[in-house]
Design a protein around this ligand. Structure first.
Ligand SMILES: [Zn+2]
Length: 220
């Protein structure tokens, strides 16, 4: 894994930066797809873990959640508005569920339902990060923000990759995965207003350019 900021690491993956999983202190943030179990357990084997916290309930973030929580005997946390999706009372992928891409993802990436042990709300502390509710892409999307050095782990509020070329590019999450595009744009503006020294997205490499983020948000 690679260090992004003090006590913040990004797990290695193939291809790099495709589906990001972070370790913030002893909190694992996101769990990749269902097939990420071995990748996570191997890379965190010698690290203490106290919690798995999800940025949002989508198959590429909750996939290995149940398996990892059981293997490491740690609780699972997500935002209050995503508890129903994680526990199986509403679909994980509510936006465009019949789109061919989402039908494939549902089959191969989605992990089993899992009990949420800790319900997160705006303003809660997770380790030395604060939970910021940033809905739109998913109901319970959150940003984990560390005020002291302005590190933002933002899930899919924004991405920093072109999915066709694999090259870094700041962009909104694709429409087929996003529940409410206008609401997500508000969340992107909220992220930009935090003036993060580094943005750690769910997809793509970290972005260390708050002015570029601010310009992107302003142009939406
Ligand atoms: Zn994602």
């Amino acid at each position: 894994m690679k260090q992004i900021a003090p006590n913040v690491y990004k797990l290695s993956g193939i291809p790099p930066n495709a589906i990001n999983i972070y370790l913030a202190g002893d909190v694992l943030i996101d769990a990749g797809t269902r097939i990420a179990r071995a990748r996570i357990l191997r890379q965190t084997a010698d690290r203490p873990l106290s919690l798995l916290a999800l940025t949002h309930a989508h198959p590429d973030h909750q996939g290995a959640a149940k398996a990892v929580c059981e293997a490491r005997n740690i609780p699972l946390a997500c935002h209050a508005d995503d508890v129903d999706a994680i526990e199986g009372r509403r679909p994980i992928q509510e936006a465009s569920p019949q789109h061919p891409v989402n039908r494939i993802i549902a089959k191969i990436w989605t992990g089993p339902d899992c009990t949420v042990d800790r319900v997160l709300n705006d303003g809660d502390a997770v380790g030395d990060f604060t939970v910021i509710h940033a809905p739109g892409h998913q109901r319970g999307s959150v940003i984990f923000f560390r005020e002291s050095d302005r590190v933002a782990i933002c899930g899919d509020v924004i991405r920093n990759v072109n999915f066709f070329t694999g090259l870094p590019k700041l962009a909104e999450p694709p429409d087929i995965f996003t529940l409410d595009k206008a609401q997500n744009r508000s969340s992107i503006r909220r992220l930009a207003e935090l003036h993060p020294s580094v943005v750690c997205p769910g997809h793509g490499p970290p972005l260390r350019d708050p002015d570029k983020l601010k310009a992107f948000a302003a142009a939406l």
